[in-house]
Each structure stands twice: as structure tokens, then as C-alpha cells.
Design a protein around this ligand. Structure first.
Ligand code: ATR
Length: 268
């Protein structure tokens, strides 16, 4: 039985073991996936132990995603662009780093919500690790434009510069400077964690807008409630969570599990 785990700190509340167990059952794959608590100063040592114990791979979550990118002996393009790693593959003495968060979000938007990114106006709120992680996968879908809005303008400007060479307009603004309405609005800030709402104009939303918060919980976030009050369709980050897991599973096992059943089971 091949062994995998998710490494984080804290880790007790991770939903990943349940998701991967469901995928393994559905695809008939023989694997074991558990939680792994790494000490805050012991991520590298934990990974070395897992490799030594014959694990085939691991997911990486808060707060180790950037450290995982530094530790990997090889990074693929999307992990390099993200500057962070959420999936490790242990093979042939290498520690290969990938990032399936962005592809997972793209899959949730395009397949589960049924909204293609092609030719769309996209507003990305936030300019931290979560925002950086989705930019390359978004750009590869061919949107018309991406506007990055952040509380700290300079961070958004740096991100817009980093991702400005893909032939698609990427611009930066503060929240108050956002103009017009958008087809897709993604909240990649961590504001929802503290029940804060990024102070964006209500006019960014219209009835055809898809508003997605990367966070999830037992109830809609303040961002989702605000978007819904303006008539937009809303989604939380649960679909992204399940889809990034499916992408990691596919990397490890060569088969991409169907996500619909797992996602339905997790919805209250
Ligand atoms: P993550 O890995 O979740 O992206 P991060 O890299 O610390 O975490 O980035 C957090 C993002 O949420 C940043 O864009 C941050 O804005 P600043 O760059 O101005 O700090 C944003 N953020 C956090 N709390 C916020 C709040 N209360 N309102 C608006 N934006 C917030």
C-alpha cells in the first residue's frame, strides 16, 4: 500500500485524508493517506523522514508551502510561477514540487461552476501567496483581462509586473480604484478569516458575475453575502479544495478521480 500524507501546522482539521480516501475508493487505488503534523522549525526534517519511510508523496499546507518550494529538488513551471508548492512527489531520489491550487481553482470555475475563463474580465482580490498561486493557471485559460486589487497597492503592482508578459493585460489597483463590472471575482485575500470584507465597489458585481471566495466554512463568507446582495452567483473554496486534491491524486496515481460525489458529500 503506497503511503501519502498532508503536512501542516496545525493539521488536525484537514479534510484532505477524507477526500483522498474517497478518491482511492472510487478509483480502486490501493493507498493510505494520513495527516502529518510537522514542527514549525521541522518541515525539512519531516519531509526527509517521509522519504526515508518510503512515502510516495505529500501535500503541503499552511505554513509550509513556500518552504516546500525551496526544499524541492525540482519544480515544474506552475510551482515556480506560484513560488509555492502544495504537492510533492517522491520519486527516483528527487523531491518534485508542484502546485495544484491554481489548476484546482480553474477546474472548479470552468467545470463545476460551468464558467469558462476564456475572454472574461477577471478581478482578483489580494496579492499574497494565494493570489500568486492562481495567476499562471488563470492566464493559460485566455481571459480578456485580469485586474489585481489589493489593500497594499505595491504588492499588487509587483504581481502585475511578474505576470505581465503573457500577452494578456494584467493591471494593479487599490480597492477604491476598481472600475467597471467583472465576469469573475475571486477573493484571494485572507480577510474572510476575520470576517472582514475588502472595501470594493458594489458595482464590480452584476447578475452574471461569478463571485468565488477561496475560503470556506459552515456559512457563506461576508464577501459571498455582499456579492449575493448585488445579484451575483457565489461559490466558496470547497470546490477548489476538492479539485486541487484531484489534481494531486492524478499526479501521483495517473488517474484523475471524478469529484462530483465527493463535493456533494461535503456540502452541508
Ligand atoms: P495567503 O497565503 O492567504 O495569500 P498572505 O500571503 O499573507 O496569505 O496574503 C494575504 C492577502 O490578504 C494579502 O493580499 C493581504 O493584503 P495586504 O497585502 O495589504 O496585506 C490580504 N488581506 C489580509 N487581511 C485583509 C483584510 N482585512 N482586508 C483586505 N485584505 C486583507
Amino acid at each position: 500500500t503506497d503511503k501519502y500524507c498532508v503536512i501542516g501546522h496545525p493539521i488536525a482539521h484537514s479534510k484532505s485524508p477524507g477526500i483522498h480516501a474517497a478518491f482511492a475508493h472510487a478509483t480502486g487505488q490501493d493507498l493510505n493517506y494520513e495527516r502529518c503534523l510537522a514542527p514549525l522549525d521541522g518541515f525539512a526534517a519531516t519531509v526527509q523522514r517521509l522519504v526515508h519511510e518510503g512515502y510516495k508523496g505529500a501535500n503541503v499546507t499552511v505554513p509550509f508551502k513556500i518552504e516546500a518550494a525551496q526544499l524541492a529538488t525540482r519544480l515544474n513551471e506552475r510551482a515556480r510561477a506560484a513560488g509555492a508548492v502544495n504537492t510533492l512527489v517522491f520519486a527516483d531520489g528527487e523531491i518534485v514540487g508542484d502546485n495544484t491550487d491554481g489548476p484546482g481553482l480553474v477546474a472548479d470555475i470552468t467545470r463545476n461552476a460551468g464558467v469558462p475563463l476564456k475572454d472574461k474580465r477577471v478581478l482578483l482580490l489580494g496579492a499574497g501567496g494565494a493570489a500568486r498561486g492562481v495567476l499562471l493557471p488563470f492566464l493559460q485559460e485566455g481571459p480578456r483581462e485580469i485586474v489585481i486589487a489589493n489593500r497594499t497597492l505595491a504588492t499588487a503592482q509587483a504581481l502585475a509586473r511578474d505576470f505581465g508578459a503573457y500577452g494578456i493585460p494584467v493591471s494593479a489597483t487599490g480597492f477604491a480604484g476598481i472600475t467597471g463590472s467583472f465576469d469573475i471575482v475571486v477573493n484571494a485575500t485572507s480577510a474572510s478569516l476575520s470576517s472582514d470584507l475588502p472595501p470594493i465597489p458594489a458595482s464590480v458585481f452584476c447578475p452574471s458575475t461569478l463571485a468565488l471566495d477561496m475560503m470556506y466554512g459552515n456559512k457563506p463568507t461576508v464577501f459571498m453575502e455582499f456579492a449575493a446582495s448585488q445579484g451575483a452567483a457565489t461559490r466558496d473554496g470547497l470546490g477548489m479544495l476538492v479539485e486541487q486534491a484531484a489534481e494531486a491524486f492524478a499526479l501521483w496515481r495517473g488517474v484523475r478521480p471524478d469529484t462530483a460525489d465527493v463535493l456533494n458529500q461535503m456540502r452541508p
